[in-house]
Design a protein around this ligand. Structure first.
Ligand code: SIN
Length: 486
């Protein structure tokens, strides 16, 4: 791999400030999803290495929590600067192991860095309260304290930003961390660890390890009493397993799980803007984000105009190798992922869906490039209505009334992000209030930013990442009742 800063290509685990191999020097291959080539072999860690990392984090917690907030903030700021200074290399590593186009990968590195900057600032604003006492001789004060050792399990779709979004608030709060990135994309995580090391985090404050047997690492993180908090981003299925595993040690938990985002276009919407928003939210990362619009609903009057414009715009997207100039949509992450969307397509076609554009893999070097696809004549009995697609397929459902579309939009166990386009002021408020989701995009398809609280309701999870709320999950409130003050 040709990098300006070759020190960023690390393949070992980072435990207690040292780069270490897995037991018996075990490794697993990391592939480029575009052509299947092996780009590196990473240390294949399991339960033992996880437990060592937890011990290191526990020891480091004793001193890290005592650092002043401004000292922690300074190290976080240094990390932020180093991430930005290495954006090109970090993006290249990310595209190589994940597939997203280079420009999008750079966007992710900057997005990831913005969480580090934000929480470096928030570190200094962890305030307690004084509460008017309930008796005349009593005074009540609250303080906030770091939870302790935090375990973070992060996904392959954002190999950089999903780490910083959890780790930066944890570190700012005074917690120490053990991170398990997806085994599909460990290299971006190791590169972040290298920069954290250069930024001067004390040994044991940040630990990162990966392994091909993800459940054994996850089980240890959940079972180990020294871990006081688990933060997970990934599927609802795995989230439920981790939740059960965390019950025995009653850990604090936050879960950022799957989504089934509705994207609603009302008759009075600006159709061109709605198409732009749909393209941005549907095809980001080849449709592989939890907040990608999953079910598009267009109102009857504008249905034909909207779908044909969406199909035209989808056709214009170039699909290929994320490293090549001008590519908008990279490969899917792995064969399993593309097989799953093919299964949804088969079901939709068998039940009457019509393909306006796409609907097939792209012939060429990559087996994992799928054409941006727009479907009409879709209905709620199709699997595509209730399952998270996680691919570049845009089914457009037709609706007549506001009440009907709210019911359809809420007819899912998920509640992460939703979007709608329209102009009527009163209708906007009513719809935003009625949608059972944690995040609402109104006349925009792009809602992600470090300054806003990211998170869902229902089976999309709980906890909020980013924003002034983002540190709450890493802090405990302690209340002190002072008596005898007559
Ligand atoms: C996700 O897919 O879970 C994250 C998307 C984002 O932060 O924008």
């Amino acid at each position: 791999m040709n990098l300006n800063n070759p020190s960023l290509l690390k393949t070992s685990a980072y435990i207690n400030g040292a780069w270490v191999e897995a037991k018996d020097n075990k490794t697993f291959p990391v592939h480029n999803p575009f052509d299947g080539s092996v780009i590196a072999h990473a240390a294949d860690c399991g339960k033992d290495e996880t437990s060592k990392a937890i011990e290191a984090a526990e020891k480091a917690f004793l001193s890290w929590k005592k650092f002043t907030a401004s000292k922690r903030s300074r190290i976080l700021k240094k990390w932020h600067q180093l991430i930005l200074a290495n954006v090109d290399d970090l993006a290249k590593i990310l595209t190589l192991e994940q597939g997203k186009p280079l420009a999008e990968a750079k966007g992710e590195i900057k997005y990831g860095a913005s969480f580090v900057e934000w929480f470096a600032e928030e570190a200094k604003r962890v305030y307690g309260d004084t509460i008017p006492g309930h008796m005349s001789d009593k005074r009540i004060v609250t303080i906030k304290q770091a939870v302790g050792v935090v375990a973070a399990i992060t996904p392959w779709n954002f190999p950089n930003a999903m780490i910083t979004r959890k780790v930066a608030p944890a570190l700012a709060a005074g917690c120490t961390v053990i991170i398990k990135p997806s085994e599909l994309t460990p290299l971006s995580a190791f590169a972040l660890a290298e920069l954290a090391d250069q930024a001067g985090f004390p040994h044991g404050v940040i630990n990162i390890l990966s392994g091909s047997d993800a459940p054994s690492i996850g089980e240890e993180m959940c079972a180990n009493k020294k871990v006081r908090k688990l933060s997970f981003t990934g599927s609802t299925r795995v989230g439920k397993i981790l939740l059960k595993q965390c019950a025995d040690t009653v850990k604090k938990v936050s879960m950022e799980l799957g989504g089934n985002a509705p994207f609603i276009v009302f008759n009075d919407a600006d159709i061109d803007e709605a198409v732009k928003g749909a393209i941005a939210s549907k095809y980001r990362n080849a449709g592989q984000t939890c907040i990608c619009s999953n079910r598009i609903f267009a109102q009857a009057e504008i249905y034909d105009a909207f779908t044909s414009k969406l199909a035209e715009a989808s056709k214009e997207l170039s699909v290929g190798n994320g490293l090549d100039e001008g590519i908008h949509v990279g490969p899917m992450i792995e064969e399993k992922a593309i097989a799953s969307i093919e299964n949804l397509m088969e079901d939709a076609k068998a039940k009457g869906a019509e393909i306006l554009t796409g609907g097939h893999r792209i012939e060429g070097t990559s087996k994992l490039n799928y054409a941006p696809t727009v479907l009409t004549k879709v209905h709620p009995e199709m699997k595509i209505f209730s399952q998270e697609i996680f691919g570049p397929i845009a089914p457009v459902f037709k609706f007549e009334t506001l009440e009907e579309v709210i019911n359809l939009a809420n007819d899912t166990e998920y509640g992460l992000a939703c979007y709608f386009y329209g102009k009527d002021y009163a209708m906007i408020w009513k719809v935003a209030e009625a949608l059972e989701y944690g995040m609402v995009g109104i006349n925009t398809g792009m809602i992600s930013t470090a300054v806003a609280p990211f998170g869902g309701v229902k089976e999309s999870g709980f906890g909020r990442e980013g924003s002034k709320y983002g540190m709450d999950d890493y802090l405990e409130i302690k209340y002190m009742c002072w008596g005898g003050i007559d």
